[in-house]
Design a protein around this ligand. Structure first.
Ligand SMILES: C[S@@+](CC[C@H](N)C(=O)[O-])C[C@H]1O[C@@H](n2cnc3c(N)ncnc32)[C@H](O)[C@@H]1O
Length: 326
């Protein structure tokens, strides 16, 4: 009976990426939830502008675009389509989708499908809602004040407390997510820090960006954020392969782990990042309605999508971790 209790990291790893795991299913992430990529093509257009800007900064007409946790390649497809309008006409782009799931049929042949980011790239590495799906251990502070690993049973998600947290995990908690007292919980983000640092280390020159639900040390959620999603709804997290398992990312810890790369990392909200890239939810001028009614309707729809991408209490609150490299 005892080996059915496992730490959350191994349990989630198996449930998401093992044989028959949630992310191996043919419908892909888009079948269960909407990310910014699916919310509006304005997101891919903004990433296309960021790629063009990065190419200018590198002084090159030939760049790599690496999408880590690429889903079914939707963002890359959108960026390639948006490039001419983003000022990238004539830019030579090598596009890489880094994914644990298989290549979807019918994907643009210009997109290379890989299991790891290619080494020594020049350009933009972009990871939208990747790190929240990198499994972590969960710790809970017991009544005695000791942080212990939370163990979970795959068949029904029942939990119990296991061994005390020690070593590098305990050090991580001390530095990044100190206990808020008995009953409080924390996701131990060390595997995410390491995954991010590895991804950043592949960028020989350019910019690495991680976009995710995030929190920072001054405002950690006292009970953690581990949850499940299935068919567009939030559900109890059960590591049986039937639902997504996700928790918000300690992006400040990831930033510190990736900061070997060069310039200090920048952490900002999606609202601020997209505003800088020209996405704003402002309504079109009313005069346009009579001068160009169809154009007005298009502009109104686009303003609505921009508002969703930058909304307070929604996608606009996501964190953008931007790390220049080389
Ligand atoms: C929430 S989905 C996001 C998909 C897409 N980026 C989007 O924004 O719509 C997370 C994706 O990350 C992928 N993933 C998780 N860990 C990965 C890893 N170590 N390497 C490559 N892909 C990974 C999953 O298979 C899944 O498709």
């Amino acid at each position: 009976m005892t080996d059915e209790w496992r730490g959350w990291q191994v349990a989630a790893e198996t449930a998401l990426y093992g044989d028959g795991g949630f992310y191996r299913s043919p419908e892909g992430p888009a079948g269960h939830f909407r990310t910014s990529v699916h919310a509006s093509p304005l997101f891919a257009s903004a990433v296309a502008r960021l790629l063009v800007k990065t190419a200018h900064e590198l002084g090159t007409g030939s760049v790599d675009l690496v999408d880590v946790g690429a889903g079914r390649g939707e963002l890359l497809t959108g960026v390639l389509a948006a490039l001419p309008a983003a000022g990238g006409d004539g830019l030579d782009v090598r596009a890489y989708a880094v994914e644990r799931a298989g290549r979807p049929p019918g994907l643009d042949p210009r997109i290379e499908w890989c299991a790891e980011p290619p080494p020594r790239t020049y350009g933009l590495l972009f990871a939208n809602e990747w790190l929240d799906n990198v499994p972590t251990e969960v710790a809970e502070t017991g009544p005695d004040g000791v942080d212990r690993y939370v163990l979970v049973r795959a068949q029904d998600g029942t939990e119990r407390l296991g061994e005390p947290v020690t070593g590098a995990d305990a050090e991580w908690l001390r530095r990044w997510w100190p206990s808020a007292g008995p009953g409080s919980r924390a996701e131990i983000g060390r595997p995410r820090d390491e995954a991010w640092a590895r991804a950043v280390s592949t960028v020989a020159g350019g910019l690495a960006v991680a976009v995710d639900y995030a929190h920072v040390r001054d405002a950690r959620p006292p009970f953690g954020t581990l949850t499940g999603f299935r068919g567009g709804r939030e559900v109890r997290p059960v590591p049986d392969g039937s639902c997504d398992l996700t928790s918000h990312v300690a992006l400040d810890a990831c930033a510190a782990a990736g900061s070997f790369a060069g310039a200090p990392p920048e952490l900002l909200s999606q609202r601020e990042a997209l505003h800088r890239l020209g996405v704003s939810g402002g309504r079109p001028p009313l005069a346009l309605a009579s001068a160009d009614p169809a154009g007005y309707v298009r502009a109104l729809a686009s303003a609505g999508e921009a508002a969703e991408l930058t909304a307070r209490g929604g996608l606009g609150d996501f964190g953008w971790l931007m790390q220049r490299s080389g």
